[in-house]
Ligand binder design. Structure first.
Ligand SMILES: *Cc1c(COP(=O)(O)O)cnc(C)c1O
Length: 443
């Protein structure tokens, strides 16, 4: 990699950025530090000054094959030579048709109808809209609310915000401006707990109480199956998920599974619903869908849901973004999914899981650490107190590691292609940094 900039060019870039570019969850009056990245290849990000960082974030779960992958580059180039974009209203194209068929084939259960959209949050909006329209078309005007789990995260748009954790979620600020949804307690039984475990029974009883009290006004339950991501990096028992599926059916409530973070192998199954052997009525996908190349998301619906919507008063699903079914993004999604499925991806995730367990184990003994947990390609160190983001980030970058902690959570979900030596350097950098912070050294 050879995109290095000199000191003046770096200073100019950062000045421009600070003056004009709003970053995620960032201030414009006191902008947080930003590291200039000029190239990325494999599992490495190259900083403008020439330093390289091992990427432990996969760009927020997305870059599962690493960066600058020759097969994905070629797929983008080939599609570009035909067309980058064409509208999807009244027009179709090979990439969209193939992608929709492929998604319908690989997801759990039968969800044959695929709505392509631009981002995860929009996929959640569409999933919720599907659920509301479904019940309306059944003549059920009362079923307009959602039941979500505490500790969840479903995106930044308004309806998606309304189902994020109401207290610790990033959006409690907007309470009053958001539709008021209902929340069930966060399931606490751990991933390994089975259906006959008392902790699972307790989780299910609490959920059932929340569901039964409001079932008549609920359109759907929405949840992240097995792994709650940005709301707390929390893992729960698949037995709970299986029980939720059964309870939803018993109460005539739809189940929306938000697999935007967990989809495409991250938890060790292609989709996290598979841990519980269940299928949702509506499924949201995003993040890793294009292997981290472009923003694309999808909402899949069962035949029952799509027929309900289309036989109802409106007769159509009331949604249609401008860039719906963007051919470039669809071509990348096809290439990324086929690349994933052509590889021994399960073995890779198992190797990642073992490496994360071994590499992060040392953090468990640190006095400031509450818990270390690993599932599939996700490694989490939960601290007892929130970390100082800018400081920890600087120390990590000095060790050649890129992760982005938030609150009490120091976590990593590396690209699946990461080799054992890089993974050891990544986890070693995390543990050493936490140790250094505890001993109060400034580095
Ligand atoms: C990231 C995420 C979203 C939102 O996706 P965006 O592409 O950021 O809009 C929704 N749900 C879950 C579970 C996510 O992890």
């Amino acid at each position: 990699m050879d995109q290095q900039l000199d000191a003046d060019a770096i200073a100019a870039l950062l000045a421009r950025d600070r003056a004009h570019a709003w970053h995620p969850y960032a201030s414009m009056t006191s902008p947080p530090p930003a590291y200039p990245v000029v190239a990325a290849r494999g599992v490495r990000l190259q900083l403008a000054d020439g330093r390289e960082l091992i990427d432990g974030m996969a760009s927020w779960w997305a870059a599962i094959h690493g960066y600058n992958h020759p097969l994905l580059n070629a797929a983008a180039q080939a599609q570009l030579d035909n067309m980058a974009h064409v509208m999807f209203g009244g027009i179709t194209h090979p990439a969209a048709a193939e992608l929709c068929e492929l998604l319908a084939e690989i997801v759990p259960g039968r969800l044959p109808h695929v709505f392509l959209c631009d981002s995860g949050s929009v996929a959640v909006e569409v999933g919720i809209k599907m659920a509301l329209q479904y019940h309306l078309s059944q003549g059920n005007r009362d079923r307009k609310r959602l039941l979500a789990l505490r500790g969840g995260y479903h995106g930044d748009t308004f309806m998606a915000m309304s189902v994020c954790d109401p207290v610790t979620g990033m959006h409690h600020l907007f309470r009053g401006a958001l539709p008021e949804q209902l929340f069930a307690p966060r399931p606490e039984a751990p991933f390994a707990a089975r259906a006959d475990d008392a902790a699972v029974a307790a989780d299910v009883a609490r959920f059932e109480a929340a569901l039964a009290a409001h079932a008549h006004e609920l359109a759907a339950v929405i949840l992240e199956p097995v792994v709650q991501g940005a709301g707390g990096m929390h893992f729960y028992s698949p037995a709970f998920l299986a029980a939720v599926r059964a309870r939803c059916d018993a109460h005539g409530v739809l189940l929306i599974a938000d697999e935007i973070a967990t989809g495409f192998g991250r938890t060790g199954r292609l989709f996290a619903c598979e841990h519980a052997g269940i299928a949702p009525d509506i499924l949201c996908l995003g993040k890793a869908l294009t292997g981290g190349y472009m923003s694309l998301a999808a909402t899949l619906a069962s035949e029952r849901v799509s027929r309900g919507i289309c036989e109802g008063e409106a007769g159509v699903l009331m949604h249609g973004p401008t860039f719906m079914g963007n051919p470039l993004a669809c071509a990348l999604a096809i290439a990324s999914i086929r690349l994933l499925l052509s590889q021994p991806w399960q073995r890779r995730i198992e190797t990642l899981e073992q490496g994360l367990r071994a590499g992060l184990a040392g953090a468990a003994a640190l006095p400031g650490v509450r818990e270390v947990r690993v599932l599939g390609g996700i490694g989490v160190v939960e601290m007892k107190a929130p970390v100082e983001m800018a400081r920890i980030q600087r120390l990590l970058v000095e060790r050649g590691v890129w992760i982005r902690p938030f609150g009490k959570l120091v976590y990593t979900m590396p690209p699946y292609i990461m080799q054992p030596d890089d993974l050891a350097a990544l986890t070693g950098g995390i543990v050493d940094t936490l140790q250094q912070l505890e001993t109060g050294e400034t580095g």
